[in-house]
Design a protein around this ligand. Sequence first.
Ligand code: FE2
Length: 415
Amino acid sequence: MIRHVITTLAVALFVPSQLFWLWQIRALGRKFIRNPQLRRLLGWLGLGIYAALLAFNLFGGRTSPEPAYLTLRAALLQAPYRWWMLASLLGFLAIVAFYLCERVVGGVFWVFRKMLPTLSPGRGSLLSPARRHFLTKTAVALSATPFAACAYGLMYERTEIETTHQRITLRRLPKAFDGFRIAQLSDIHIGPFMPAEDIRRCAAMVNQLKPDLVVLTGDFVSWEGSPQWAVVEALSGLKAPFGIFGCMGNHERWAHVEDSITRLLAESGAKMLRRENATIESAGERLNLIGVDYQTRVAFGPPGDGIVSQYLQGVEPLMLPEAVNILLSHNPNTFDRAAELGIDLSLAGHTHGGQVTLEYISPSLSPARLITAYVRGWFQKGESQLYVNRGIGTIFSPVRFGSPPEITLFELKRV
Ligand SMILES: [Fe+2]
């Protein structure tokens, strides 16, 4: 349902946004290119390139096998168009919002003039050339901002990995695990915009943090199963004395690689927990790690999406009542149920922290809020805690803005 709403909304906005920008470019051409023949030639050339890029990205952009390195076609044909798609849509939305606001303000002034004609500033000042000029300049600046922001997000923010240090205080933590360090990697999404080489760099960053344990919370691949060997190989350098554990994400399900990547990761020393638990023991004390496959109550992807009627069904027998229970679940929406069950800590990903977000301005301005209340960072509910990692990869558009890629290092502490 939500998938259809989002798709319909995206198409309904995308078509007018493209017509709007093509019209604007045409107006710019009329202003700056005096020669009508040259203008026409450049216009048709531009339109041809646009149509070719659109067709390529809609019908021929995905290749099988999906490369695990940056290809020329990805760099020259996919990245610029995906940047354009996102930026032009956001720019269009900004301009629509601006003009709607302007209309509302204009309406308020109109009512004000009607009610208090003697005190009103008069129609002339509202529509003065200076005001019109200011409004046009503001609209241009507003609509240009997403293009600059998305270019920054494509070229810079997408590759600037942040390490977050998060202390987790647990009342029942055994003494032997006081100061225990867990590193989390999530949402890798291997592909041309997250090449194996970059994943190896992330693995090296994780190793430098000297974690006791590493957890991988799903979405190793994107749309295609073929780079699963490459992602497993790139992660094979991870080192942690208490082991490497993980869970499956929605993209493993969509690419039909849950079983095969679990096997490959096991061969390279990483254990995926698929409605399973594993105990981590130290000095006769233990932590209980539980992992579940991707599950959702909201149909978002293709059919066979992992839809469940209730989250975390079948998890209770995997819990150890006397131990600290840590859940690896790709979808943070399992947290409410985890809190009900008394799971001490949930580690999730899935949202990419919104990926392109205005959380700097307001926490509610994030597209991930369409699917979850738990977009990024730390949450608490009663005695239960959740951390949502922003992931290191991207999906749809290779752009991150307001949500840099993240490696998290947790330090468990006793109260
Ligand atoms: Fe993801």
